[in-house]
Design a protein around this ligand. Structure first.
Ligand code: ADP
Ligand code: ZN
Length: 733
């Protein structure tokens, strides 16, 4: 709904003033005068002078009256886009308050697409006109044959269709045989067709879909957890709710964690709604994003499927939000404004008074506890679609039946791969380590090759012949001799990455078709899509993959999943390490046996008795989750307590430490709140910046944001120093 409240026209003096919020690091909104002849609604996107420049901002409220009206500069232009709704403006303020950021920083996430504020350029096309010239070249004749149907086409299209240069249609225009017509700009995306029948839903699916449908029809805020094992049809169920929302004229936002997921998902969406959704993430071409932003604001775009930043699109008739894989850590942004898109999506849904569906086979503990507390409603899909069984999960005790030296596959896993190959089935080997080896060291002096800019080892990428830092991207060729002791041929690779695993697989299974799926071996979403297609067609026997391969994909012929190092990710001081490892391995396991053929999962572990392995093998997730909850509650950790991470960084370590220590002296401590640190961060050097951390821990009833503001507002950052506030941190590096 467009905003109805406008500033009163005020026929008499004094002239009206308004506050304009600018997406710039300035203290707050500034006052501007409204020119006599202009109607400026609240939320309008405007151009205003600032110093010697002109900037874009949003009309945020009545003028403050602090500055003499005569001294105020006027708004120069109102952009031809609908104003930000009142809900959207409230959303900006609440996100800012929650994340302890400036409203201007949040607004910047909304106004990132300045091109979208300009109306799209009309299309100049040509169509048949008048008599053809006397003598026709073959090229001109071909063009006229194509244009004989009287339709208007752009010169580029004509040239393409006729197989001629662009000058040919232009020449015909000059000769008077074609004339220019101006066509309205194209739609950003074709509208989805919500009338198409979905599949017949099973009993459980039907119950869940009806329940979601009711929530959509009611158009009140409600948070619903749609939980179901992988393959139980959650996507089909929320597609049904999307269709419902579309039929009643509402816009829909679907947040997805991985860009790589989108190919299969988008194809499915297109099959269901006869049109692709509008897609929004940083990998989408700017022109396309411009069209999506504008289409969302004008209401032309009805469904957006996007990464976390899609949450800041200016929907005007939002009727439903879906967050798929709600537990996924990539919904968290941990620089700039640190926000969790899942949580902020719940906030947005409540402000918009619309339902939100959180989907997962492995919901986060936060969400489960919200269900326990009665804040979220839970809908269950207990079985896999069409009766596919859940895979059988086994732990392989690497202390007893490990791999040979320098190899990574246990005999048991290797046998399973052999059996799958013989049966014409596919296997997935999961190892969340890109490259060839995570560490390179010198056999002679023990020197380890580290990044000069980060506290991290350099990772060998053998087929590119490089050593690379996964944090800052710096790389160098693999040296012939140790850079420390100069001994030639002394460097050895330690530990496996996917490339090294591929070497072992190629050696053992020379006839198998093997491919690697990792974010850096693939060029982009198109390559992921192509590989997914080869998997679907059965052109790949063994897929070796990192996290990109773990999630969402549906490969009917995949029956064996081998987790090469199930213990990876359990170390370190992260309070969510167990939960996250369990979720991830459960997801990976869920790739196996999604149709008729039953699946088998092998977890290679040095700790088969670990609660995570036990939970995966026994399938007793309830007990595992109860233990996790108990542990968190005892420790006062989220969701039973609240955390905020503070990172101070800069190029001079002494300055960083001094500021961290100074902050620590004034840190919030008292009943229900405490501050730990300062200490050098685990990643104590990142891209050439030294990093120190503090961690604030508070009870659930404490307003941690208020404490942070009081504590940190007076801080003046000098030189290279930066201070990052991360409320509800997921990363402790
Ligand atoms: P989830 O999202 O829970 O992992 P999906 O929605 O992806 O599950 O469903 C798994 C597979 O089963 C998909 O190929 C989907 O098309 C199919 N499927 C699920 N429900 C039905 C149904 N009612 N009719 C036909 N196919 C279905
Ligand atoms: Zn680095």
């Amino acid at each position: 709904m467009p905003d109805s409240d406008t500033t009163s026209p005020g026929l008499f003096a004094p002239p009206r003033t308004v506050q304009v919020l600018l997406p710039l690091p300035v203290p707050g909104p500034y006052d501007y005068a409204v020119p006599e002849d202009l109607e400026v609604p609240l939320g309008a996107i405007v151009r205003v002078p600032l110093g010697v420049r002109e900037v874009t901002g949003v009309v945020w409220g009545e003028g403050s009256g602090d500055v003499d009206v005569a001294k105020l500069r006027p708004i120069s232009e109102i952009k031809n886009v609908p104003p930000l709704t009142e809900t959207m403006r409230t959303f900006v303020s609440w996100v800012a308050r929650y994340t302890v950021s400036a409203e201007s920083s949040v607004l910047r996430m909304i106004l990132r697409m300045p091109e979208a504020l300009e109306p799209p350029a009309p299309i100049r096309a040509l169509r048949l006109a008048g008599e053809p010239p006397e003598r026709l070249t073959p090229a001109r004749r071909r063009v006229l044959e194509i244009m004989a149907d009287g339709l208007a086409r752009t010169p580029k299209e004509i040239a393409h269709l006729a197989g001629v240069g662009i000058s040919v249609p232009k020449g015909l225009q000059n000769a008077g045989a074609l004339e220019e017509v101006i066509l309205p700009a194209r739609r950003a995306v074709p509208p989805p067709d919500a009338q198409v029948e979905g599949p017949n839903l099973s009993g459980d699916q039907e119950t869940a879909a009806a329940s979601l449908g009711d929530a959509v029809d009611k158009q009140v805020y409600e948070a619903i957890l749609l939980e179901g094992v992988t393959g139980s049809g959650k996507t089909e169920v929320y597609f049904d709710a999307i269709a419902r929302a579309l039929r009643s004229g509402q816009q829909v936002l679907v947040l997805l964690p991985e860009i790589a997921l989108s190919a299969q998902f988008l194809a499915r969406f297109e099959a269901r709604f006869n049109a692709p959704p509008a897609v929004w993430h940083s990998g989408v071409a700017r022109r396309q994003r411009r069209d999506v932003w504008r289409g969302v604001a004008t209401g032309e775009v009805r469904v957006v499927v996007g990464a976390r930043s899609a949450l800041f699109l200016p929907f005007r008739e939002l009727g439903l939000i879906v967050v798929d894989e709600e537990h996924d850590g990539s919904f968290k942004q941990d620089d700039g404004v640190c926000y969790n898109a899942r949580d902020m999506a719940v906030l947005r849904a409540s402000l918009e008074s619309v339902p939100i569906v959180l989907c997962s086979a492995t919901p986060s503990l936060e969400t489960l506890v919200n269900v326990d507390r009665g804040r979220y409603r839970r809908l269950d899909l207990p079985v896999r679609h069409a009766g596919a069984a859940m895979p059988e999960v086994r732990a392989v005790d690497m202390t007893k039946e490990g791999a040979e030296r320098g190899k990574w596959l246990s005999p048991r896993l290797a046998d399973a791969l052999t059996a799958a190959l013989e049966a014409g089935e596919q296997s997935l080997l999961y190892l969340n380590r890109r490259g060839y080896a995570p560490l390179t060291l010198c056999r002679t002096c023990g020197h380890r090759l580290a990044c000069p800019n980060c506290s991290a080892w350099l990772v060998e990428h053998r087929h590119r012949g490089r050593l690379q830092c996964h944090h800052c991207g710096i790389w160098s060729p693999r040296p012939e001799a140790c850079p420390e002791c100069q001994t030639p041929d002394s460097l050895v690779a330690c530990g496996p990455g996917v490339e090294r695993l591929a070497e072992e697989v190629a050696e053992r299974f020379p006839d198998a078709a093997m491919e690697i799926m990792a974010s850096d071996t693939l060029m982009g979403p198109a390559d992921v899509a192509a590989l997914v297609e080869r998997m679907e067609k059965g052109e790949v026997d063994i897929l070796i993959g990192t996290q990109v391969a773990a999630k969402g994909h549906h490969f009917p012929m995949l029956t064996v999943v081998g987790v090469v190092d199930a213990d990876l990710g359990l170390d370190g001081g992260d309070p969510r390490a167990m939960e996250r490892t369990w979720q991830l391995l459960h997801q990976v396991s869920g790739r196996a046996g999604r149709e008729e053929r039953p699946g088998q999962v092998f977890l290679q572990t040095f700790e088969p008795a670990h609660p995570v392995m036990h939970a995966l093998v026994s399938g007793d997730r309830e007990r595992f989750l109860e233990r996790e909850k108990e542990g968190r509650e005892e420790a006062g950790m989220p969701p039973y307590g609240r955390l905020a991470g503070i990172v101070i960084s800069g190029t001079k370590e002494s300055e960083v430490r001094a500021l961290a220590q100074d902050l620590a002296r004034r840190a919030p401590r008292g009943p229900g709140i405490d501050t730990f640190g300062p200490a050098p961060a685990p990643l104590s050097l990142l891209r050439g910046r030294f990093r120190w951390r503090l961690l604030v821990k508070a009870g659930r009833d404490v307003n941690i944001q208020a404490a942070l503001r009081t504590w940190l507002a007076p801080v003046q950052l000098k030189g290279s120093l930066r201070l990052q506030i991360d409320v509800d941190p997921l990363s402790f590096l």
